[in-house]
Design a protein around this ligand. Structure first.
Ligand SMILES: Cc1ncc(COP(=O)(O)O)c(C=O)c1O
Length: 374
């Protein structure tokens, strides 16, 4: 093992304002899940996304997906169509509700849900008297999904779309931000994301009524009484006012963070693209925040050689997400496949992509990749 300093895949990158927002919360004793930082962070996000959406900040992106599915009326016995090529957090909330995920594979332009396969899946489920209750599509690695095509299919069959934009804050299509491209959207602020609140998430809805309902469910579904009365099942999902202070500070540097991650991608591409390494380009009018730079190579063996050589040099990298339809936990679930996500899993690798990487770090990574290919 190398004695060089470790290069991580994606680490938190604080700005200059986070400490003062946290201090304010502590000095004023507003350290519970109520206070100015929560309002401030939600307003910052709302403004950033164009001002037409309501934001509920929560203690994780997973919680946001869970609440979104509740708001969309998903319940026990329902089927929910879910992108297969993603992290398991996209699908776990379907299980929390005792509903069943049906997986749909990806197309190769964005690596997100294939609209043609989506329609095949919907028709199949309708023919079996199991019309899906919702569709969860993902903006994987920061790349927006094919919004027009997917939303058109969803509209044709009148099924709501939830956009898992956990990895895609700041990405957009035709100048419309990810997280706002469908009925509801979700962001994650966990430690490896574009910006972080240490742990946290947000739900994006299109009305104040939905925001209020999400707040109600996120704070144990207390009825409006002087004593505690509960008609519905709720959760303890609200973000703390202390952590929202980190979020406010992070919003001030979000655009710089996007620039840095996009610059990482460009550097890797320039250095590696003609050496047998492929990159995912942006379709026309698509803008990816390039949360993680992903490469694909010609075989599983080459991918593993690169990964293991990086590891020896104290550099962290990760295979792309293992498709959910191949996960043991989902071995009984129905899926509609075209081979794309499995092929990407075999040959794809995420390279270190933090916004705080130096040119020296990037060169260290590229040297190892090039030596592994040569
Ligand atoms: C695609 C995707 N969905 C959902 C999540 C869940 O977010 P969190 O970790 O904030 O619960 C993550 C990240 O962890 C993710 O990458």
């Amino acid at each position: 093992m190398s004695n060089k300093s470790k290069i991580f895949l994606s680490t938190p990158h604080l700005g200059n304002l986070e400490t003062s927002y946290i201090e304010e919360a502590i000095k004023s004793n507003w350290i519970a899940p109520v206070g100015d930082n929560l309002d401030g962070f939600e307003n910052d996000l709302k403004k950033y996304l164009g001002g037409n959406h309501e934001i509920t900040t929560l203690n994780s992106g997973t919680a946001a997906i869970h609440l979104a599915l509740r708001l969309l009326g998903v319940s026990a016995g329902d089927e929910v169509i879910c992108q297969s090529f993603t992290f398991i957090a996209t699908a776990n909330p379907i299980l929390y509700l005792r509903a069943t995920p049906v997986f749909v594979d990806s197309e190769l332009e964005t690596w997100n849900m294939c609209p043609k396969l989506l329609e095949v899946a919907i028709k199949n489920r309708i023919n079996n008297n199991k019309k899906p209750k919702a569709i969860i599509v993902v903006d994987l690695y920061g790349m927006p999904y094919h919004v027009d095509e997917i939303n058109a299919v969803a509209k044709k069959y009148d099924i709501p779309v939830l956009e898992d934009s956990a990895e895609a804050l700041g990405s957009h299509v035709n100048n419309k931000y990810c997280g706002t491209l469908s009925e509801m959207g979700v962001f994650s602020f966990n430690g490896n994301k574009m910006i972080t609140t240490s742990a946290g998430g947000a739900l994006v809805t299109s009305s104040e009524a939905l925001k209020n309902k999400s707040l109600f469910l996120a704070t144990q579904a207390k009825e409006n009484k002087s004593y505690y009365e509960h008609v519905e099942m709720g959760y303890n999902y609200r973000m703390s006012n202390v952590l929202a202070g980190i979020g406010r500070g992070q919003m001030a540097v979000l655009n710089e963070r996007i620039q840095s991650r996009r610059a990482n991608f460009e550097f890797y591409k320039e250095t590696l693209q003609f050496k047998g390494v492929s990159f995912l380009d942006e379709p026309k009018d698509f803008f990816s925040n390039r949360w993680l730079t992903c490469i694909s190579v010609n075989s599983f063996e080459i991918r593993e050689k690169i990964r293991l050589n990086l590891l020896k040099e104290n550099i962290e990298s990760k295979p792309l997400w293992k498709p959910l339809h191949t996960q043991p936990i989902f071995k009984e679930n129905l899926s509609f496949l075209n081979g794309n996500s499995e092929a990407l899993f075999e040959t794809g690798l995420c390279l270190p992509s933090g916004s705080n990487l130096s040119k020296t770090d990037l060169n260290r990574v590229c040297d190892v990749v090039l030596k592994s290919l040569g």
